[in-house]
Design a protein around this ligand. Structure first.
Ligand code: B3K
Ligand code: ZN
Length: 883
């Protein structure tokens, strides 16, 4: 083990910080090799702490030059430095600590702390990166006022940025210059940021609701200056939206965004200086797809919204991460729903949750929204903390209703502004505003696992009575068994034979003509509805009112009825998905028995009806025509049969496409792009539908007319969405033109790394026998680099997570490849290595032979002596109790 034996950090061990740091002044002397950091900070004993022994200031890899308390240099026997940091044996009640350290950003490939990306300096401090910059109490409940002075070569680093508002600037000897920054808002050090580089910017002025003038700037490398507009539009829209929906205004004179090429995740909400992965800033219609544009809008908003939910009110400790992340994801989801199509956004979010978070919640890494322990906090920036966390906020909003929820949020901002708090504090505001007891609801924060609702219904024609019996089960997860029942908001409707909602009443609750919001609290509950004239078709969990699984024995007729008539758009879509799932799983079983796979006529008819639905948004039709992912379907099998699932999906596509070929072609022609590219909901929906139809058609492998459509759409080069839709289908084909088209794309975009990422991904995701060999070969391509996380995700990540057939190949070569790459990456960037390693977490779901190969790969990682990050993932994946 590189780090001795990794130690678990536990929520139960939380203690307030022994000292507080009221103020810090930092001076950075940025150099190509060896950067000096001078720090002057005022500390005082925390009245809320009982600890009186020595003080530990976190620090890692700092080359200490000198240290002084109240201007008195300390001798070497007056302090101690170890792998955790700086220990001061008996510091005064109040003192100023000053120090100078040398750090090496030029050698920092982990991309945590201060590092180089391209020609610039930048930082990433969340969660614990600040300790790689200088000594500090690197924990979120220590909030400090920061003053920063940056000194650097004027020519190479004309732009010098930090948090807060700009102060003095000026010249220094030797061609150097400086800039000072003052951030009046006390903040935890994880929100510190610094950027220095040769950057160009676009600028906008924003006047807040109360009249404050804010200067907005987006800084990029000069050649990217023509790709910033969409990010700026998104920022302005987000600022307005937060004022209108939450009454939250921006609170500094400037707001800066910087795009950085080497970045471990999407972006970072540093106070007043958001640092972004360039993937979430740069976009032009010819370089970015609709999904990229929407990703930018969502991430720009997410980081901006953190200014209130995260920065002004932050987390007491990292176990409370969902306090800021779940809430901010909920806010950005609602923003995007308002900007585009609300039903489509909901479907996309639920698809992500079901496909990936449910898998996490059912595997060895399962953890509650508020985890109880971790080895490496960076491993807990998970779908559970983010996406399930957002669902937990959404359920509270639903239970309270819009008015009470807004009151609760107002109360939260009022009560906790400037503080570091807990998820309990948040729920307490919900309780206070609504007068409701959310004690049982808190289980959502404390227990892992996706609850399952086992539902049975019956209809008594004589009594005109319909009965729903619901039993909830929360599965065991590692370290958590026999969980109590949850408080679950459960929205339902009952459809009559004509497809209309039957008006419902249950006790005090009225369905308002449509849905009824039931609240489940018991392990088993029975709901009785009287005066029901005929056996209804139940529409369950409308709008996905809770992140649960439904176990109900649907028949085909019911699903077709819901697909056609449900007044809840989400459930109309979901009925189609359930039907598709049933059909595909049945086909897999047929294939396993050596029988031929059959596609029911009724399904083909329903898809045809959906195709010509005049009422529905085009994007929604596209969603209906999108097959459930292999990863999601696998969860419904005792042993995942990847090849069977792939074969069944393909066969289904081919059968439907053959039956509906003329209809698909006609609709495709109608939807072809003619005018100017527009990035707005209706146009995005149209492209989405058109390209979905194209993918159905492309399953007709020997159809030359269809293949010509792919070539034409690629050749038209109308916009990147259409180009990529065609390219990925071409890359997936066995046609001879494939190589020329791929080469053409690479020629066009050789100098645009983010576009080359798309080229890497389509090849890595192609289902072809030679894909793994191709991926290996592409690792030698000049555009690839193991030190850039985007490249790694685009090539290795796309193969491992986006190509189930290739990755889970029975010979184990995919798993061995993963182990090899994790071990190559780990010394460079443990966070990225650990992310990749997760792909093996659910190895127990596969057959014996694959299990053997997966275990070998995981053991190989552990025995190689890996980082804490990878160790935690690999060792938990192998634990007995894991699944
Ligand atoms: N808060 C950051 C994530 C930091 C991840 C550190 N490993 C981005 C976000 O969620 O907005
Ligand atoms: Zn966030």
């Amino acid at each position: 083990m590189k780090d001795s034996t990794p130690r678990s950090i536990r929520l139960a061990d939380y203690r307030p910080p022994p000292y507080l740091i009221d103020h810090v002044s930092l001076r950075f002397d940025l150099r190509e090799t060896g950067t000096r950091v001078f720090s002057f900070m005022r500390l005082r004993r925390n009245p809320a702490s009982e600890v009186t022994e020595s003080l530990l200031l976190h620090g890692e890899g700092l080359d200490l030059q000198w240290l002084a308390i109240d201007s008195m240099r300390l001798g070497e026997n007056e302090y101690r430095v170890d792998s955790e940091g700086l220990h001061l044996p008996a510091p005064p009640e109040q003192f100023e600590l000053s120090s100078e350290v040398i750090i090496a950003p030029e050698a920092n490939t982990a991309l945590e702390g201060l590092y180089r990306s391209g020609g610039m300096f930048c930082t990433q401090c969340e969660a614990e990166g600040f300790r790689r910059i200088t000594w500090f109490l690197d924990r979120p409940d220590v909030m400090t006022v920061f003053d920063v002075r940056i000194e650097a070569d004027r020519e190479r680093y004309p732009v010098l940025l930090s948090n807060g508002n700009p102060g003095a600037t000026g010249e220094l000897p030797d061609g150097r210059h400086f800039a000072e920054w003052h951030d009046p808002h006390p903040k935890p050090c994880y929100l510190f940021a610094l950027v220095a580089g040769d950057l160009k910017h676009i600028e906008e002025r924003f006047t807040t609701a109360s009249g404050r003038e804010v200067r907005l700037r987006i800084h990029v490398e000069p050649h990217n200056i023509d790709k910033c507009e969409h990010a700026m539009r998104s920022l302005v829209a987000a600022m307005r939206w937060d004022e209108e929906h939450y009454g939250r205004e921006y609170d500094l004179d400037v707001f800066n965004i910087v795009a950085v090429d080497d970045f471990n995740m999407g972006a970072m909400e540093n106070k007043g200086l958001n640092v972004f992965n360039s993937k979430y800033v740069l976009a032009r219609p010819d370089t970015a797809t609709d999904a990229d544009f929407q990703g930018i809008e969502g991430v720009v908003a997410h980081e901006y919204f953190h200014n209130w939910t995260g920065n002004r009110i932050t987390c007491r400790d990292w176990f409370q991460l969902s306090l800021k992340e779940g809430l901010t994801v909920y806010r950005d989801q609602e923003f995007s729903a308002d900007m585009g199509s609300r039903p489509v956004k909901r479907i996309e979010d639920v698809r992500l949750l079901r496909t990936h978070q449910f898998a996490e919640d059912a595997g060895p890494m399962a953890h509650p929204v508020r985890p109880q322990s971790y080895i490496e906090i960076n491993n807990f920036y998970t779908l559970t903390v983010y996406e399930k966390g957002a669902e937990v906020v959404r359920m509270q909003a639903r239970l309270l209703g819009p008015k009470r929820f807004r009151e609760a949020m107002d109360r939260y901002f009022e009560r906790f502004d400037g503080q570091a708090v807990t998820t309990d504090d948040f729920v307490a505001c919900m309780e206070a505003a609504s007068g409701r007891d959310l004690g049982q609801f808190r289980h959502w924060y404390d227990y892992a696992g996706t609850p399952v609702l086992h539902i049975q219904d019956s209809y008594d024609a004589r009594k005109r009575r319909y009965t729903l019996k619901i039993r909830q089960e929360v599965p065991d997860t590692p370290g958590q068994h026999d969980k109590p029942p949850f408080h679950i908001p459960f929205a339902i409707g009952l459809l009559d034979g004509e497809g209309r909602d039957i008006p419902l009443r249950y006790g005090e609750i009225d369905s308002d003509g449509g849905s009824l919001l039931l609240e489940l609290r018991e392990r088993e509950e029975v709901f009785v509805f009287d005066d029901i004239e005929e056996r209804p078709v139940p529409s369950l969990l409308r709008g996905f009112s809770a992140p649960v699984k439904i176990d109900y024995d649907w028949n085909e007729e019911q699903l077709l009825h819901l697909m056609a008539y449900d007044s809840d758009g989400f459930n109309r879509w979901d009925a189609g998905q359930t039907l598709l799932r049933q059909v595909i799983l049945r086909m897999v079983a047929q294939r396993q028995e050596g029988a031929s796979m059959s596609v029911p006529e009724a399904l083909i008819g329903a898809l045809r009806t959906a195709l010509f639905d005049e009422q529905a948004e085009q994007a929604l039709i596209a969603e209906v025509l999108t097959l459930p992912a292999i990863g999601y379907l696998g969860d419904f099998m005792a042993v995942v049969d990847v090849d069977g699932l792939h074969a069944a999906r393909e066969h289904l596509k081919r059968t439907v496409a053959a039956a509906l070929r003329e209809d698909l072609l006609m609709r495709y022609e109608q939807l072809r792009e003619t005018g100017e590219y527009r990035i707005e909901a209706a146009a995005i929906g149209r492209r989405r539908l058109k390209n979905t139809l194209l993918s159905w058609l492309a399953s007709l492998e020997n159809d030359d007319a269809v293949f010509q459509l792919l070539l034409d759409q690629y050749g038209a080069q109308h916009n990147m969405t259409d180009v990529m839709a065609a390219l990925s289908l071409i890359a997936d084909s066995g046609r001879p033109e494939r190589e020329d088209i791929l080469a053409d794309f690479a020629r066009r975009w050789a100098t645009e790394p983010l576009v080359m990422d798309k080229w890497f991904s389509v090849q890595a995701m192609a289902v072809r026998p030679d894909t793994l060999a191709q991926v290996r070969a592409l690792m030698d391509h000049p555009a690839f680099s193991l030190t850039n996380p985007n490249r790694v995700r685009a090539l290795i990540g796309a193969f491992v997570n986006g190509n189930p057939v290739g990755f889970h190949a029975a010979d184990g070569n995919g798993y061995a490849f993963l182990a090899e790459q994790v071990l190559a990456l780990d010394p460079l960037n443990p966070q990225i290595a650990a992310r990749l390693a997760r792909a093996l977490a659910r190895w127990r779901r596969y057959d014996e032979q694959r299990q053997q190969h997966a275990q070998e790969a995981l053991r190989r990682m552990i025995s190689a002596g890996v980082s804490r990050d990878v160790y935690e993932i690999a060792s938990r994946s192998l634990e007995e109790d894991a699944e």
